[in-house]
Design a protein. Structure first.
Length: 436
């Protein structure tokens, strides 16, 4: 059976006081430790010097009662000190409804006992007026209206001009529309001219076109497709050459690494000038000798000469590059002038409308504009009947691309999924909710 012990107190009986022996040398007076007494006397003298013994001084001299508080706390914590206490808010709160008066007041039906004089009501229809209204409803008028020809034309009267009332904007200036909303949008056409919202198609877009118009458009679209295919093939060839060069460089690196490992193995096979072929012992390492001052000066002059030659070669290359830069800048300036002249001539010939097929290189936003759909019917698809006609194009896509080309909005990328908030799933430990 386990022993039941109390929750508090010592687990065992208190030990008896053991008195040390007084017969040894440690009990002599010269061995008595008076350090504590000396420290107490020194502390007492120090308190007397500073103004008196602390235990004997009154509380008013030792402590002060602060009733004002620290003035720097409201400056450091203005948010917490400026907020009033909840108890003060409750006490200072006053209801907007007036309190119920305690004294009694007379009601609306309470009178002083004096009966007021009766007055005739005037807010009703008299019998005479009622009879007159009945006669008028029956068609009996007291006065007959005489019809007289008009002396003027009522339709020839000019209406009074409607004065437009000036509307003053009372909204806040911060909530007004930005200044750029009244600015003209920037067109993305190559010639910079505005593009109409709905362009008038040429004869080549017709479902029953003329042969010359259809042939011209068919040749133009064919040339575009050929150029696009050439670019694609060139990109594939460049990618293939790049991969072959990378594979070749990797193979060369592996071969060099293998040769380095083989040379290290051959060097390890030699030991102190003795080869594995059993040749005679001979010293292969040349002993290093101290260079003379003449040799050091000769080496120094050779290094300076090499440095000078390298510097001259670099300066010569820089000079050639500067000449090439001047030639390239001159050629670019001439080409820009020619392009500007050709663009001006093309703008004069093209009229006042821009072209949405040839766009400028710098576009709005970071996404490219969608390509225009190829609305072209092949020769074998041309039909001579409208019932067999298959329509081309999409009005919604055309309208969206028109907004982009005219600079009304930026090109966007379609996001199939909406970005949702991140959630964290945890498993609740239900056993922590119970205690035994």
């Amino acid at each position: 059976m386990p022993v039941i012990q109390p929750l508090k107190g010592t687990p065992s009986a208190p030990a008896t006081y053991s008195q040390p022996s007084r017969k040894g040398k440690k009990a002599w007076r010269k061995n008595v430790d008076v350090t504590e007494v000396q420290e107490g006397l020194e502390e007492l003298n120090k308190e007397i010097i500073e103004g008196g013994v602390v235990a004997e001084r009154p509380s008013e001299e030792l402590f002060t009662l602060d009733t004002v508080g620290d003035a720097s706390i409201p400056k450091r914590y203005p948010k917490h000190t400026s907020k009033p206490l909840r108890a003060d808010e409750i006490i200072a709160a006053r209801s907007a409804v007036a309190a119920v008066p305690q004294r009694k007041r007379p009601g609306d039906k309470t009178t002083d006992g004096i009966i007021p004089a009766k007055r005739l009501r005037t807010q009703y229809v008299t019998q005479k007026e009622l009879n007159r209204l009945r006669k008028v409803a029956d068609g009996h008028h007291e006065s007959t209206i005489e019809v007289v020809d008009a002396s003027y034309d009522p339709w020839s009267v000019e209406p009074e001009p409607i004065t437009e009332e000036t509307i003053h904007d009372v909204r806040n200036d911060k909530k007004k529309a930005p200044k750029t909303i009244v600015q003209q949008s920037l067109s993305l056409s190559a010639n910079g001219k505005p593009v109409p919202a709905v362009q008038k198609p040429t004869g080549g877009y017709s479902y029953n076109p003329a042969f010359s118009d259809y042939e011209a458009r068919y040749t133009e679209e064919s040339n575009k497709a050929v150029e696009a295919e050439k670019k694609r093939l060139a990109a594939e060839e460049a990618d293939r050459l790049k991969k072959e060069a990378a594979a070749r460089s990797a193979a060369e690196a592996e071969a060099a690494e293998a040769r380095a490992e083989l040379s290290e193995w051959d060097e390890d096979s030699e030991w102190e000038g003795v080869q594995s072929g059993g040749e005679e012992l001979k010293a292969t390492v040349k002993r290093a000798e101290r260079k003379t001052p003449a040799q050091r000066n000769r080496i120094k002059r050779r290094k300076e000469e090499e440095r000078r030659l390298r510097h001259e070669s670099k300066m010569r290359v820089k000079k050639q590059q500067a000449e090439q830069i001047k030639q390239i800048a001159k050629a670019i300036a001439e080409r820009d002038a020619q392009l500007a002249l050709a663009s001006a001539e093309r703008n004069d010939d093209s009229g006042s409308e821009g072209n949405d097929e040839v766009l400028r290189r710098r576009q709005l936003g970071k996404y490219k504009l969608p390509e225009k759909d190829l609305e072209l019917i092949l020769p074998d698809e041309l039909q001579d009947s409208l019932r067999l006609l298959r329509p081309e194009g999409n009005l919604l896509k055309d309208r969206y691309r028109s907004l982009l080309v005219r600079g009304k909005t930026e090109a966007r990328r379609r996001r199939p999924f909406r970005k949702q908030a991140k959630t964290k799933l945890t498993e609740k430990w239900t056993y922590k909710d119970f205690s035994i």
